[in-house]
Every structure is written in structure tokens, then in C-alpha cells.
Write a protein that binds this ligand. Structure first.
Ligand code: ARG
Length: 589
């Protein structure tokens, strides 16, 4: 709800009490955005819902409310429509004043949160010695966007990378490397991630086939947990190797996050088991220590336990998450913890959340949320792979987007007569637009659904894509270049005047930004912000359309200044919105 809507709501509440008495204090006036601009901007539907209680016709109720309603500073005279809707149309003068106010505001009228709090976003979180895959790419892009929005709202955000850097995989890998390539365990940078991944694959194969190997690998895990020097050194080298590779991706995507891997919580695991034991939740089952869960059964329909400690004494992924959760609540003092992973892990989160709740570890003022997302599919609708059927390396995937955009850009430059650009320009623009296209294609989908990865679609300058929006932004800067206008020069004497329908439509859309941002802060669906920005771009294009739009640079004063201000506000809204998505804008493409 935006500030205007809130004011109208309060005034409607007051009118309800004035009309029907204090019994009607706190009755929700059911104020919603009008479904059709024909009916104005907002609509209050409360009269229909009060008909029974008051024993009156809804239209009569609506009339009584309107008689007591004073919204003359904001709206035209309210109208009663249909069975008893109260239609409200914003006054042009009011809209103009709002726009003039946000013109001077670097936050474009978006208020910061009234209740800033410490929030954790657990995202990206790839696994050491394994390649980062498209699932991690989604988590990285979505998690970063959520963190940016929360930061912008004034929350104290901890961006945590829960890297999978501990566990049995290291036993196998180290055992195998001792055999075939011991230098890798003692010398920095002896391996690259490609080697590491293929060694890991072979190690896993040996582990599954060879019992003696299995035994040595287990001992190696024990040595790692006990802090055996050479094993620990080898582990550190392997982590360092992967980390460098992850960093390349983070740099390409411009992502900042703090690594706090699974190993960090290792010393806290025994106390998780102990404390569960103390509250009577731990059950011994075939040598393993488990907690039985409500609402989860295995294939045979038997109750399903969450294994906290395996029969060999080792701990699980969920145990680490329980330890991390406690640490984040007690030490980090987080009030909201957001986990961004694929929906395949939904059960895992539900289960360990349930255990933590049962154990009484989640205070009432702490919210824990799993933010799930769907799969990335290839154009054939199947799992996303390279032509030869391998998993796609993220670096290659991002590079490809940049290369392909570069080809489109070069073709465009060629088409425009006399246009020449430097290598530097082409490289920088392709880099920004290529990466933005990948991010935007991901964020613009409702995250819970699967989506098909298509370079052609995401790089197109038509439709709901990053290039489309970035071109609109650059186009606005083109206007200021052509008119030699410095938008920053607009000061108090410059005023927005809204006369034309196209101006009103654009202005109203600009004013909705704060509402959208607070929605995304709540429901954590970045696609709503994308949709908003896409519509803004479309409305701008209609306003500025050569044939059906309005003149800007060629308009007379005071319309010229006013329209230039609308251009500037559109550009600033786009820039702010795209930045919240993790997308950089360009003044010229
Ligand atoms: N490393 C995990 C994976 O690759 C994701 C970790 C998500 N975060 C968490 N706290 N479990 O699937």
C-alpha cells in the first residue's frame, strides 16, 4: 500500500465511524486499486460487505459513507457505481504535487522500513570440489536481488554463502589424490576446478567399487575432523581452489557475499544432538540418532525420521543447518532468515524447521523462510545441458551471453549510417547487457516455476527483457544529449504539469514504485518488480512514441520542462529498479 492509499484508507475509516458510530471503528474499508481506469484509481468495496450487518442496501450505505467522506485534497468527488462501489479518482493537482516532491528525493518517494531489522539471506552456496551449476546461478541472482531490496529498505542484511565445504566428499577426494596426484594436496594452484571436478568423479567411482578405498577414505574424514595437519592442509588447498573459481562467477555477476561454509559450524554439531537429547526429542533408531517428524512418511507409509547423527558418528546436512540456525539466532541476532535454494530442497527445510520449532529454538519474533525456485530447462524442455550433453559451466554460459549480444550490437552499429564505436565501448556495453540479460531472464519469471533458458529470447530488444529496458533508459539519455539538457538542473521552479492522458498514465505508474518495493519485501517475488519496470518502459514508449506520443524537446514551455521532468523521473525509476535487480544501466548503447 502506498502513502496515498494509506491516507485514503484512514479517511474512509473515519467516514465509516462518522456515518454509523463507533461500533464501526476498525472496519476495513476494502480499498483496492481500480480494475479499470474508467472507474478512477481506487475503489472501496466496504458498502457491499456491510449490507447484512446494517440491514441496508449497499448503495445507500455507500451514500452515507460518501456524505461523511472528505477527500477533496486528494480526489475528485467520489462516485458510487454498480451495486455500491465507491470510486475514487486522484486529482491532477494532487498527482502533480506528488511528482514534484519525488523529483527532489533520491529515494523517489520510497520510504525506508519503519522497523529495520537484522536479516540473513543464505544464498548461492555452491559445494567445494564440485562445479557451480545453474541451480546455484539462480540462487545467486535471486538471493542478491532480495538482499539488495532489503538493504535499500534499510535493513541490516547479512549475505551468507553457506558453502558445502565439509563432509565425506573430502575423504574420497583426498584419498584419491594421495594416490594419483599427491602434489595437488601440498602445492597451491596445482589443479583447476575442471580437474578437481573430474578427480572427484573418479574418486566417487572408486569409493563405490573398492572397499579398502572406502575404509581409507573414512579414516581420512576422521583425520580431517580431528584436525590432522596434512589432511587439514590438503582440505584448505582444495577449498581455495574452488573458491577462486566461484569468485570469477561472483565478479562477473557483481555479487558480494560473505563465506561462512558448513565447516564453520562443525564444532557446534555435538551440542545440537545433546540439546535435542535433553529436550527428549532424540530417538535411537538402528544405531542412528533421529528425531521423528509430523507429517512425513517414507514410501512404506512409516513415520520418517530426520537423522541427526549417523550410526558411524557422522553428522548430516540437516544437523549443520540446525547448528547454523541456532548460531544465526543467538550470535548474529537475526530476526528474519531467508534461504534461497531450488524447490527440490523444500522437504529438507520443512523438516529441520520443524525440529528447531519443536526444540523451542525459534523465538516468536524470528521468522525463518525457505524461498524456493524452479529448474532451468533447455529449449527442448529438458534439463539444461550443452549440445554434447554435458553440464554447462557457468562461466561459459555467461561468456556466451556476452558474445551473442556483441554480435547483435555490431550488426546494429553497422546498420546505422556513419556510426562508429571504439572497441572499449563495444566490450563494455556487451558485457553489461549480456550479463544483465541472463539475470533479468531469471528474475522476470515467477521464481517458483521452471523456465526455459533461451539466449534468443533474453537478448531480444523486444518484450520483457533486459535489453528492452536498457534501451529505453539509454533512449531517455539520448533526449538529454540531443537537447543538451542536464536533468540535475531542474530545481524548484521546474514543475510537472499533467494535461494529457499519456502523461497521467506515466505519472501514476511512476508513483507506484514504493508500493511494489514493499510488496517484494514481503513476498520475495522479484518478478513483480520486473513486471512493474516493464510496464513503466512500455508506458514511457507510448508517451514518447513518434507518431502517437507527445513532443518533448519540440514542445512549448512550460510543457517542455514538465515532459523532460517526466523523462528524468522515468529514467531514475528505471535505474533504481534495475539496480535493485542487480542490473547496471548504460547511458548509451
Ligand atoms: N550447498 C547446498 C547445495 O548446493 C545449498 C545450501 C543452501 N543453504 C543451506 N543453509 N542449506 O545444494
Amino acid at each position: 500500500m502506498n502513502a496515498t492509499q494509506e491516507q485514503l484508507k484512514v479517511k474512509l475509516e473515519q467516514a465509516l465511524v462518522a456515518a454509523f458510530g463507533t461500533d464501526y471503528t476498525g472496519v476495513d474499508p476494502i480499498l483496492v486499486a481500480a480494475s479499470n481506469p474508467k472507474f478512477g484509481d481506487y475503489q472501496a468495496n466496504v458498502a457491499l460487505s456491510l449490507s447484512k450487518r446494517l440491514g441496508q442496501q449497499p448503495r445507500a450505505i455507500a451514500q452515507s459513507i460518501v456524505d461523511k467522506l472528505d477527500v477533496s485534497d486528494i480526489c475528485e468527488t467520489p462516485e458510487i457505481a454498480g451495486p455500491g462501489f465507491i470510486n475514487l479518482k486522484l486529482k491532477t493537482a494532487y498527482l502533480e504535487a506528488q511528482l514534484n516532491a519525488i523529483q527532489a528525493d533520491s529515494r523517489l518517494g520510497v520510504p525506508s522500513s519503519k522497523t529495520p531489522k537484522r536479516e540473513i539471506v543464505d544464498f548461492s552456496s555452491p559445494n567445494i570440489a564440485k562445479e557451480m551449476h545453474v541451480g546455484h546461478l539462480r540462487s545467486t541472482i535471486i538471493g542478491d536481488c532480495i538482499a539488495r531490496i532489503l538493504e535499500f529498505q534499510g535493513h541490516d542484511v547479512l549475505r551468507l554463502n553457506h558453502v558445502g565445504d565439509w563432509g565425506t566428499q573430502f575423504g574420497m577426494l583426498i584419498t584419491y589424490l594421495r594416490e594419483v596426484y599427491p602434489e595437488a594436496l601440498t602445492t597451491a594452484n596445482a589443479l583447476d576446478i575442471g580437474d578437481l571436478v573430474s578427480f572427484y568423479r573418479k574418486a566417487k567411482q572408486r569409493f563405490d567399487e573398492d572397499e579398502a578405498f572406502q575404509e581409507t577414505a573414512r579414516q581420512e574424514v576422521v583425520r580431517l575432523q580431528a584436525g590432522g595437519e596434512d589432511t587439514l592442509h590438503a582440505w584448505k588447498l582444495l577449498c581455495e581452489q574452488s573458491r577462486q573459481e566461484f569468485q570469477i562467477i561472483y565478479d562477473l555477476l557483481n555479487i558480494k557475499l560473505e563465506e561462512r561454509g558448513e565447516s564453520f559450524y562443525n564444532p557446534l554439531l555435538p551440542s545440537v544432538a545433546e540439546d535435542l537429547e535433553n529436550v527428549g526429542l532424540l530417538v535411537e533408531n538402528q544405531g542412528a540418532k533421529c528425531v521423528f517428524l509430523d507429517g512425513f512418511t517414507n514410501r512404506e507409509g512409516e513415520p520418517l525420521p530426520l537423522i541427526v547423527q549417523k550410526s558411524d558418528g557422522g553428522y548430516n546436512y540437516a544437523t549443520t543447518d540446525l547448528a547454523a540456525l541456532r548460531y544465526r539466532i543467538e550470535k548474529d541476532r537475526a530476526k528474519r532468515i531467508i534461504y534461497v535454494t531450488d524447490s527440490g530442497q523444500a522437504n529438507h527445510f520443512e523438516q529441520f524447521f520443524q525440529v528447531a520449532r519443536k526444540a523451542g529454538w525459534i523465538p516468536e519474533d524470528v521468522e525463518i523462510i525457505h524461498v524456493p525456485f524452479g529448474l532451468v530447462l533447455g529449449e527442448d524442455g529438458k534439463k539444461f545441458r550443452t549440445r554434447s550433453g554435458d553440464t554447462v559451466r557457468l562461466r561459459d554460459l555467461l561468456d556466451e551471453a556476452v558474445i551473442r549480444f556483441r554480435a547483435l550490437l555490431e550488426a546494429k552499429i553497422q546498420e546505422e549510417e556513419g556510426r562508429e564505436e571504439t572497441e572499449e565501448f563495444k566490450a563494455e556495453v556487451s558485457q553489461v547487457v549480456g550479463i544483465s540479460a541472463v539475470k533479468y531472464a531469471d528474475l522476470s519469471q515467477n521464481r517458483t516455476s521452471n523456465y526455459i533458458f533461451s539466449y534468443d529470447k533474453m537478448l531480444s530488444d523486444k518484450g520483457n527483457t533486459a535489453p528492452y529496458m536498457l534501451y529505453v533508459y539509454a533512449r531517455i539519455h539520448g533526449i538529454s544529449r540531443k537537447g543538451e539538457i542536464n536533468f540535475q538542473d531542474f530545481k524548484d521552479n521546474a514543475k510537472v504539469i499533467l494535461e494529457h492522458e499519456l502523461e497521467l498514465t506515466l505519472a501514476k505508474h511512476i508513483l507506484q514504485l514504493s508500493e511494489i518495493i514493499s510488496d517484494v519485501e514481503q513476498d520475495l517475488l522479484p518478478n513483480r518488480l520486473c513486471e512493474y519496470l516493464f510496464q513503466l518502459s512500455q508506458k514511457f514508449n507510448q508517451f514518447y512514441d513518434k507518431e502517437h506520443g507527445l513532443p518533448v524537446l519540440k514542445a512549448e514551455e512550460p510543457q517542455r520542462t514538465s515532459r523532460l521532468m517526466l523523462c528524468d523521473l522515468t529514467a531514475r525509476t528505471l535505474k533504481l529498479g534495475l539496480n535493485l535487480l542487480g542490473i547496471q544501466v548504460l547511458e548509451r548503447i
